[in-house]
Design a protein around this ligand. Structure first.
Ligand code: ADP
Length: 286
């Protein structure tokens, strides 16, 4: 269990990136969902012991994360948002290097581990290729392989599918879904579908604050019978925004569709819509 309590952080330039964040996260895949600039990376970097908070505490499995940094690092696997690779090193060489750094000094044991990891992330056939020649998706899968070295109990992946094409994204998400359910995996993302597909627990963060918390099913139940949709002309959207609680407007088949929030049937041509995580996301960040 990861317990984050009353965590706040203001950068020297005055930006308050985290405002009294409290989250209890159990084993399984947890989705931290929020728009760019919401504070996701600030929170991920703090949990990963790479930066300090101004106030608050983080405890993981009895480890005080903010003071026992070395202890936490032994049990952490981290795939950062900006993931640089040495371009002229092969995946196999790099995994050996990282495994040695993580203390796996027995040659046979390390060879078996590296082979198993390369197979797990589907890079075994590309093991001798330089990392500089890897596609975005291959780099991210390599990132997962390095994060898994040392049997971490806590894995953090920060915006892993941003910039991947749909096939690479699917492949990466399938890989993530195979990581054990007996560890805490935190997926930070602004892509609602990633959380929809993978996570059994989620929080939505906006402007440094947690604005929604729960498993996606419970969140959807809270929005049951409250989302209504209507096809409108593009130049009518502003009017609907002023007259209703507009949740989102989006193009669908070349036409504009608005979703509004209403406890009762708004009439006026609106039809009941099954709420999605996307509705909840937009209702909370706008
Ligand atoms: P996200 O990962 O959700 O996009 P970040 O945690 O990167 O959000 O950023 C949250 C806010 O803090 C943003 O306004 C960002 O510009 C600001 N910020 C992030 N890192 C720094 C930093 N090192 N110094 C100053 N401001 C920062």
């Amino acid at each position: 269990m990861l317990q984050i309590s009353n965590l706040s952080k203001t950068y020297p330039n005055g930006v308050q990136a985290l405002k009294d964040v409290t989250l209890n996260i159990s084993n399984g895949m947890f989705g931290l969902l929020g728009p760019n600039g919401a504070g996701k990376s600030s929170l991920m970097r703090t949990i990963a012991t790479l930066q300090d908070a101004d106030s608050g505490t983080i405890v993981f499995d009895g480890i005080d994360v903010l003071t026992q940094k070395q202890e936490l690092r032994k049990t952490l696997g981290y795939l950062p948002q900006e993931f640089g690779v040495y371009p002229k090193v092969s995946a196999e060489e790099m995994l050996h290097y990282i495994a040695r750094l993580k203390g796996i000094s027995n040659d046979k044991e390390r060879k078996e581990l590296v082979k198993a990891l390369l197979e797990q992330v589907n890079l075994y056939n590309h093991r001798n290729k330089y990392l500089g020649g890897y596609s975005g998706g291959m780099k991210q899968r390599f990132g997962i392989a390095q994060a898994l070295i040392g049997n971490p109990k806590l894995i953090i992946v920060d915006e892993p599918t941003a910039g991947l094409d749909p096939a690479e994204r699917l492949r990466f998400n399938n890989l993530l879904s195979e990581i054990g359910e007996n560890i805490v995996v935190i997926l930070s993302t602004h892509i609602v579908d990633d959380v929809n597909e993978l996570c059994n627990d989620t929080a939505i963060i906006a402007s440094g604050r947690v604005v929604q918390r729960g498993n996606p099913e419970d969140l959807l139940n809270g929005f049951k019978d409250k989302i209504w949709s209507k096809r409108v002309a593009k130049d009518e959207v502003a009017r609907y925004q002023s007259e209703y609680k507009l949740v989102l407007s989006k193009l669908s088949g070349g036409k504009m569709v608005v979703h509004i929030y209403s406890d009762t049937d708004p009439g006026n041509g609106f039809v009941a819509e099954n709420a999605t995580l996307e509705d909840i996301y937009f209702a909370n960040i706008s």
